[in-house]
Structure formats: C-alpha cells, structure tokens
Design a protein around this ligand. Structure first.
Ligand code: SAM
Ligand code: SF4
Length: 374
C-alpha cells in the first residue's frame, strides 16, 4: 500500500506564519496543471505498482482548483496506478473557497475527505495570522460541507498566538465540539525563519509568541480533547471512532509515497527525494521531460532516526522488537541504553513491548527523539 501527495502551489494571499511553498497568484495555474499531468506520467513507476490507498491534495490551497481540474488530475493518476477499492482522497480546503456552489461541484469529484484550515474562530487571531477569512466564514464553511453530505472532515486549528488567551482557546475547542467533527489537527504556532511573521516580530511590529502560552494551551488541548472522547493518536492529531488520517498514518508507518508538484517529497523505502520549490523551474523541467529532484539515500542510521522521530509521536509508540528486526541488535542496544533515563524521569513509559510518551514527555517530544537518535 502506498500514498500519493499532490502539492498545489497557489494561495489567495500568503499567511504571515507560513513557509510552505506557495505563490499568492494563480497566474500560472494552467501551465502548472499541464506540468502536473506530465509528472504523473513521468513518475508512473516510482511506486513499483503498489496499490494506492490514499491521495492527498495539499498545498498551498487545493480548493482553488475547479472540480474539473481535480477530476482531471485524479483520472490521470488512475491511468497509471492501481487504486484501493476504498481509497481515502483528501482535499485541503480554505474556508473562503467553500461556498454552496463549490461544495456541490466538489460532490462530482472523487474527494471523500476534507481538511479545512480554520486556524481560529476569532477574527483577531485570524488577523494576526493574516488569514483571508473570518471566524464566521470558517463556521459556515464547515456547516456547508456537512450539509453537502461530506462526513469525513478534519479541521486545523493553531494555538499559541499572543492574541489567543487561554479562555479563547477553550472557546475555539468548544466551537469545534459543537460542530461534531471526528478529526482535529491542532498545531502550536511556529515562527519559521524568513516568514513575514518572523520579520514583523523582529521589527517589533507584531507581538512575539510565548513558549509558556504554547505549553499551557497544549495542556488545555490534551485535557479538553480527552474529556470529549477524542484520542490523541499523534501529538498534533486527534480523532474519534478510529477516524485516523490514513494518509498521515502511512507516513508515520514508513510506507512509500509519491509526491507530485513543486516542493513535494517522495519516499520509496530507501531514499527520499524532493522537487524543486520553484514553479517556473518546475514547469520548465516538465516541459523538457527532465524532472530535477534532489535525492538523499537513507543510511540505516537515518532510517532508524526517522523511525524514532515519527513513531514516538504516535499513540502506538516505538516498538523495541521492530528496531531489532529492522535495524539490528546494535540499534536495539543503543535505544535500550538511551531510553532508560527518559523512563526514569517520567517522559516515556512502557506499554507491553512499546515505548510511549507521557503527557509530560509530549512537551519535549523533539528533544527526547533527538536524544534517542543514533
Ligand atoms: C500549509 S497549510 C495548507 C492548507 C491550507 N492552505 C490552509 O492554510 O488551511 C496546512 C496547515 O499547516 C498549519 N501550519 C502551517 N504553517 C504553520 C506554522 N508556522 N505554525 C503552525 N501551524 C502551521 C496550518 O494549520 C495549516 O492549516
Ligand atoms: S497557511 Fe495555507 S493558505 Fe496560508 S499561505 Fe500557507 S498554504 Fe497558503
């Protein structure tokens, strides 16, 4: 089983915190789509005939594509790949795109899961983030998608903004609960280098992000979600009734995936490769039938490190026996030696043969993982 990720590199406007590759103009959308169809054909053998379980339209803003464009991409994929009988096909959508007509049109596509970028239901936070939509538009968009008959929905929320008090964060979570959605992705606001937010904060034109607030709001998130019956199946992801994102889960499980579009990453078990994060160059490369992806061969050390980094963040945890079988006894011994101190200080605990982060440990997930690296 494998997955396909398609990167749609356009947005209506650039959010101040975002460093994903996207352009605030759809000027070259047609040329991009032609290139994407070429890339699907050029990369048809990358997954070596494995069945495709998930397709993920990410971005950027995939909801800027029309239903005809989405179906065109899907049909091209279907020409070259064998699809699972019940594939998960996700579209990342921005609330400002989701009007009634658009939703009706999307019903004609094979998309069966939505990930909606709400971020907050408060206009002050949305303004701080430079989102184009309002809180009311976000609520209306989710309700319209539900009325349109889509059931498999996730929303994204961001916490830690200086405009978001703990009380407002609780209200955002309560708004989420009233919507009766089975999946939430909640991210701590990260001030990425070279973003507008980074510049604004360094010039003191925008308030900085406080680590203390992030920690408090992460704790609120975990307790409110647990109270409401959601499982935290990954540090930033919560669901009810096993409505896991099958696509994201396959990344964490080390399954193969093909990434298409500028900046998209691919993984085939032995190497990782990524497309150039530049639309003009991507179009030129595809026109000359000459994709220019950078490739990194994964050494056993890198593979082990990736396994630690991803598995430790999930509710299934890191499996000791798997390390032994997959990477060998030297790696297993290394893991055993290193994990002891994290168990002693209460950041990691053992459940049968697996090692899981405690709620305290989840606050330091990246640091703990890097300490366990080879
Ligand atoms: C790259 S966006 C693409 C989806 C869509 N364009 C949108 O904005 O909703 C995917 C998600 O990543 C999260 N994200 C992106 N940059 C982030 C940052 N610097 N800090 C926290 N979350 C971030 C946001 O929650 C966003 O919904
Ligand atoms: S967060 Fe989404 S809408 Fe905003 S710039 Fe990034 S990709 Fe575009």
């Amino acid at each position: 089983m494998a997955g396909i990720y398609i990167h749609i590199p356009f947005c209506r406007q650039k959010c101040h915190y975002c460093n994903f590759f996207s352009l605030a103009s759809v000027k070259n959308k047609d040329l991009f789509l032609t290139s994407l169809l070429t890339e699907i054909r050029l990369q048809k053998d990358y997954l070596e005939g494995e069945e495709i379980e998930t397709i993920y339209f990410g971005g950027g803003t995939p909801s800027l594509l029309s239903e005809i464009e989405i179906s065109q991409v899907f049909n091209e994929i279907q020409k070259f790949h064998r699809l699972n009988s019940k594939p998960e096909i996700t579209l990342e959508a921005n609330p400002d795109d989701l009007n009634k007509d658009k939703i009706k049109a999307l019903k004609k596509t094979p998309v069966n899961r939505f990930s909606i970028g709400v971020q907050s239901f408060f206009d002050t936070d949305l303004k701080y983030l430079n989102r184009i939509h309002s809180g009311k538009e976000a609520l209306d968009a989710v309700r319209s998608i539900q009325e349109g008959g889509f059931r498999n929905i996730s929303i994204d929320l961001i916490y830690g903004m200086p405009t978001l008090t703990n009380n407002k964060w609780i209200q955002n979570l309560e708004s989420f609960f009233t919507l009766n959605i089975s999946h939430l992705s909640a991210y701590a606001l990260t001030v990425e280098p070279k973003t507008a937010l980074h510049v604004l904060i360094s010039k003191k034109k925008q308030k900085p992000v406080s680590e203390e607030r992030i920690v408090e709001q992460f704790q609120i998130l975990m307790s409110k979600m647990a109270e409401a019956g959601y499982v935290q199946y990954e540090i930033s992801n919560f669901c009810k009734e096993s409505n896991f994102s099958r696509h994201n889960r396959s990344y964490w499980e080390g399954k193969k995936y093909l990434g298409l579009g500028p900046s998209a990453h691919s993984f085939n078990g032995n190497s990782r490769q990524w497309n150039i994060p530049n639309l003009s160059q991507y179009i030129i490369d595809m026109e000359s039938l000459n994709p220019q992806s950078q490739i990194e061969l994964l050494s056993p050390e890198l593979k082990y490190n990736e396994y630690i980094l991803t598995s430790l963040r999930t509710m299934w945890g890191t499996e000791n026996d798997y390390i032994g079988q997959k990477f060998g006894s030297e790696f297993e011994r290394h893991f055993q030696n290193r994990v002891v101190k994290h168990i002693q200080n209460g950041d990691v605990y053992k459940k049968q043969k697996n090692y899981l982060l405690s709620d305290k440990g989840k606050l330091f997930a990246d640091g703990i993982a890097s300490d366990l690296f080879f």
